[in-house]
Design a protein around this ligand. Structure first.
Ligand SMILES: Nc1ncnc2c1ncn2[C@@H]1O[C@H](COP(=O)(O)OP(=O)(O)OP(=O)(O)O)[C@@H](O)[C@H]1O
Length: 957
């Protein structure tokens, strides 16, 4: 690298347009060097990237615009900036806003620390359903001079006592109370049959005040002086006791029972709690004296995610308490999550304790090492008889709890993702709109493109709806606002009453519910609702628009918000979808049969990619007798109504006769294609769905094109694998796609390109010299021969990932790239010894579903045989492939090196491959990297997961 280049680069950056600084890519193009070279020099010269370089200017411009219009929507902000000559994507602005809201990265670090200091953050739900309650609790404590008397209301077991304890802890932490300030708790219900006694215990009494009062006695109120008094079940306090308390709260004064002479003074922070309706159970005068009412949510009103966190938390507590590992079967986790608990968190906790206690007895009897809570009918019947887990679409994994390990939030991420609802259309449309606008596409054309986009979105949700197990609105009640669900139910009744012959697709209704929830949020937060197709919708879907208007009117009344017309337009298309007849019957059936799980995987990719649901997959265990499968397929064929016949795809010779067998037994036309591959299935399904071609035509087409099919050419190649991400400009969405792909495909080169580029084809040809190009992931298909295209529409769903994984796997060893994941890199892990490291890593793999629990023991067993220390402070512990569900590699960079074997070797970088037998070869390259001392040193010094993964990625290149 010459100084000349360095100078040129510095000069170009110095003289660039500060409003739109040059990206590394643009610099590289002008200097005719690789982008990596530019990035390298820029870093050497300590010059920030273009994004950071323009930040200050953008910030200043944003605040100037916001001064005039503080509530300006992001869309208008982007347009405003454009007028100032600053071209910027919405994502950039969003990031900037988030940064302002959450602080910069360093500030976020501080806020992490703040969180540590924040006592309440230990409560599950502190940043969710308890957010408002916690703010109230904090305000009640901090209010001078002695806080605000507080009443906590909530059903039994909602956590009232715990909340009061946290308020006390908070008061101490805030130095509002001294460290040794008393916390006095009295449950008034304990004395419900003797109110006199209750009052005397609370306020104390003078000798002779009542029979049995044989000496002057201090009450709890005095004990709580300068501290906190918590009265649980306060509705049991008799009126007289309430009046006395009123005097304490009002003036800090009271008298012991029977003591008319001495008025005593106390300073107390007061909290009461009750499960009852306070209107009827507390005196009005007393109620008025308590300004702070904190109403804790019922467990059923909390999100499912919080519920799962509570379940994890309680199992972890049991593991810590018993000092044994606890392994919980996925089905049981699921059952706990879906059971309804009238006794709220308290009941959930005690049921988990009882379950663990029963399993503990089992552990002793069976001499197991861990407490195992397996799927067991008796347990299931006892606790979970009233739940219907069949109805949910959430997946749970077996969960392992190791004593005294912090319940890592990470392990819940996976679960959380399962709950997430499909994305809504707003963002998709907005991104698309601005992308088109940036590319100077005319308004008419924009409208047309977006309309097509909308149609495809609805096609997709129809398919998605078919695949999801949710079948009625009621099942969404954990996830969505109940009043919207109610509103929709009423609306459907209305629609049916109006015209009983109306068919209503219940599944689309679910999507409408999700959409409305999102719409309400957007409107409340003054986010823009953009609908470029409004005029078109009004003109072409007049009936639907009218119905949408009625629904919007009701929503508007219920939520007290104005619903903009653009939104009514969206609702109209949902209603249009809602009334569409169900999908047509298919003429040709397509059945894929293969060993292992290949058939299911392939077919599910095809179904998602083509938005169809008719292809059928049959997975065959490796050791099953084909005759059994033949029987099964014949039965299946009889049940199909494919009048033109069945096309079979099979993977092995023994199955090629399946078509003939089915034909002879059922009389149906059949054709069979062996050595099934994804592309052929894809093509056949596409043809069977979209055209009127006969079974034979499709069959011969596939046979003829099987080996030179242009949509997918996946070849083994020594060149490094690469993916292209593409959007109109090559900047906006393409970069977003790049960020996503980088996370999943470590070691795969990701190249953003613009479809508008005149030389796009030539560029791709050039890249082919250097890389093995696998696919284009993008918003628009450039139809490049021999290159797969994977559509990106604001998400990169699992099916698309599966398709890419498949391509990479075919690409020979490429699977290694998919096996390294940012979330499976533990940076700065602190463990006392080797066993703890292995267990921590294994637990994460097990909880994420990559391995079976037994894998951990097999790693420990392997380690006992002889050490897996590698070199350069690296250890490679590993277990038996038979316990691996999905190949993956987990890394841990320990905070401090720990002894690994008897020869005095210490390890700091632990790499645990959990790999199925067929994938073992895929990790050879990784070992090559770990052999290089300088690479390992870099990995050990990595401070963050992204940095760690980045190092591996560049090492692959
Ligand atoms: N947010 C939370 N995070 C973790 N654990 C919680 C939470 N809320 C409650 N718990 C646990 O649930 C159990 C029940 O809570 P608690 O006893 O405070 O409820 P309560 O409303 O006072 O019940 P009751 O009215 O029956 O006395 C306790 O063991 C508590 O530790």
């Amino acid at each position: 690298m010459t100084d000349n280049l360095r100078d040129k680069l510095a000069a170009m950056i110095n003289t660039e347009n500060k409003k739109n600084p040059l990206t590394d890519e643009q610099l590289a193009e002008q200097l005719d060097v690789l982008r990596e070279t530019v990035t390298g020099i820029r870093k050497e010269l300590d010059i920030p990237n273009s994004r950071t370089r323009k930040k200050e200017i953008v910030k200043a411009a944003v605040s100037k615009i916001k001064e005039k219009d503080p509530d300006i929507s992001i869309g208008n902000l982007v347009s405003g900036l454009e007028k100032e000559g600053i071209c910027i994507s919405r994502t950039y602005i969003n990031d900037l806003m988030n940064e302002e809201k959450n602080g910069s990265v360093e500030e976020q670090d501080n806020s992490e620390k703040k969180k540590e200091n924040d006592i309440f953050s230990k409560l599950i739900g502190y940043n969710g359903s308890l957010l408002k309650n916690i703010k109230q609790g904090q305000a009640a404590i901090l209010y001078p001079p002695f806080g605000l008397p507080t009443l906590i209301i909530g059903e039994s077991g909602t956590g009232k006592t715990l909340f009061a304890e946290y308020m006390y802890k908070y008061a101490v932490k805030q130095k509002v109370l001294k460290n040794d300030a008393p916390f006095i708790l009295l449950n008034c219900a304990d004395y419900s049959d003797n109110p006199q006694l209750l009052v005397s215990i609370l306020y104390g009494y003078q000798k002779g005040a009542f029979t049995g009062a044989d000496k002057d006695t201090e009450g709890l109120v005095e004990k709580a002086d300068n501290g906190m008094l918590f009265l649980d079940e306060i509705h049991r306090l008799p009126p007289k006791g309430q009046e006395m308390l009123f005097s304490i709260l009002d003036r800090g004064k009271f008298r012991r029972l029977g003591d008319i002479n001495t008025e005593r003074t106390v300073h107390i922070y007061f909290i009461g709690a009750t499960t009852e309706n306070i209107e009827s159970s507390l005196l009005l005068t007393f109620r008025r004296r308590i300004p702070m009412l904190i109403e804790l949510p019922r467990l059923e009103d909390r999100s499912l995610n919080e519920k799962v966190k509570l379940i994890h938390g309680f199992f972890q507590q049991e593991a810590n308490r018993t000092n044994y590992k606890i392994l919980v079967n996925a089905k049981i986790m699921e059952a706990f999550a879906f059971k309804k608990y009238s006794g709220n968190i308290g009941q959930l906790k005690s049921e988990i304790q009882v379950t663990c206690a029963n399993a503990y007895v089992d552990k002793i009897n069976n001499k197991r090492e861990e407490i195992y809570i397996g799927f067991n009918e008796i347990l299931y019947q006892k606790f979970f008889y009233d739940i219907d887990t069949q109805k949910n679409n959430m997946r749970f994994n077996d969960a392992l709890f190791i004593p005294n390990s912090d319940e890592a939030e990470d392990s819940l991420l996976m679960v959380k993702n399962q709950y997430s609802l499909p994305e809504d259309i707003y963002e998709t449309i907005e991104n698309k709109y601005y992308e088109l606008k940036n590319a100077s596409i005319s308004a008419d054309k924009t409208e047309e493109i977006i309309w097509n986009f909308l149609l495809s979105y609805f096609d997709k949700i129809r398919l998605d709806a078919q695949n999801r197990n949710i079948s009625s609105l009621d099942e969404l009640k954990y996830l969505l606002d109940g009043s919207i669900i109610q509103l929709l139910k009423e609306f459907v009744t209305l629609m049916r009453a109006d015209r009983p012959e109306r068919q209503i697709n219940e599944k689309v209704l679910i999507y409408l519910a999700i959409h409305l929830e999102e719409a309400v949020k957007r409107i409340k937060f003054k986010q823009e609702i953009m609908n470029p197709n409004l005029l078109y919708i009004k003109a072409n879907f007049a009936d639907e628009f009218k119905l949408a208007g009625q629904l919007a009117q009701k929503l508007s009344e219920k939520k007290k918000i104005e619903i903009p017309e653009g939104e009514i337009g969206f609702i109209a298309i949902y209603i249009h979808e809602l009334m569409k007849p169900p999908a047509k019957k298919n003429r040709i059936a397509i059945i894929t049969i293969s060993h292992g799980k290949v058939a299911t995987e392939m077919v599910s990719v095809v179904k998602k990619m083509l938005s169809v649901d008719f292809p059928i997959a049959i997975d065959m265990p490796l050791d099953i007798n084909p005759v059994k499968i033949f029987e099964q397929v014949v039965e299946l064929a009889k049940s199909l109504s494919a009048e033109e016949g069945i096309l079979f795809f099979v993977d092995m010779g023994s199955l090629v006769s399946i078509g003939e067998i089915v034909h002879s037994r059922t009389g149906m036309q059949t054709r069979t294609i062996d050595r099934v591959d994804l592309v052929s299935v894809l093509e056949a399904v596409r043809k069977a769905d979209a055209s009127d071609e006969s079974l034979d035509n499709i069959y011969y087409d596939i046979i003829n094109s099987k080996h030179n099919y242009s949509l997918v050419t996946v070849e083994n190649s020594d060149k490094p694998p690469a993916l292209i991400c593409m959007c109109l400009t090559g900047h906006g969405v393409a970069l977003k796609i790049k960020d996503i792909l980088i996370k999943y495909y470590v070691g795969v080169k990701i190249i953003p390109l613009s479809i508008m580029d005149d030389n796009v084809k030539a560029k791709i040809d050039n890249l082919r010299q250097q890389y093995n190009l696998l696919a284009i992931v993008g918003t628009i298909n450039p139809k490049i021969e021999g290159l797969n295209f994977i559509p990106y529409d604001n998400n990169f769903t699992k099916d698309k990932r599966m398709f890419l994984d498949y391509l990479l796997k075919e690409n020979g060893g490429g699977i290694a790239h998919t096996m390294i994941r940012e979330e499976l890199v533990l940076v700065g892990l602190e463990c006392a010894d080797k066993k703890e490291v292995i267990e921590t890593m294994g637990k994460l793999l097990c909880n994420e579903g990559f391995v079976k629990f037994e894998y951990i023991n097999s790693v420990l067993g392997r380690e006992d045989m002889n050490s897996t220390y590698f070199r350069n402070c690296v250890a490679l512990p590993h277990g038996l492939p038979s316990f691996v569900n999905k190949s993956v590699i987990i890394f841990a960079r320990l905070k401090k090196a720990i002894p690994w074997d008897k020869n005095g070797n210490e390890a700091q970088l632990i790499c645990m491959p959990a790999v199925k037998s067929e994938d073992v070869a895929a990790i050879n390259n990784l070992f090559k990297i770990l052999k290089q001392k300088e690479k390992v040193e870099k990995l050990i010094s990595a401070q963050q997961q992204t940095e760690f993964v980045e190092i591996i990625r560049s090492a692959y290149e």
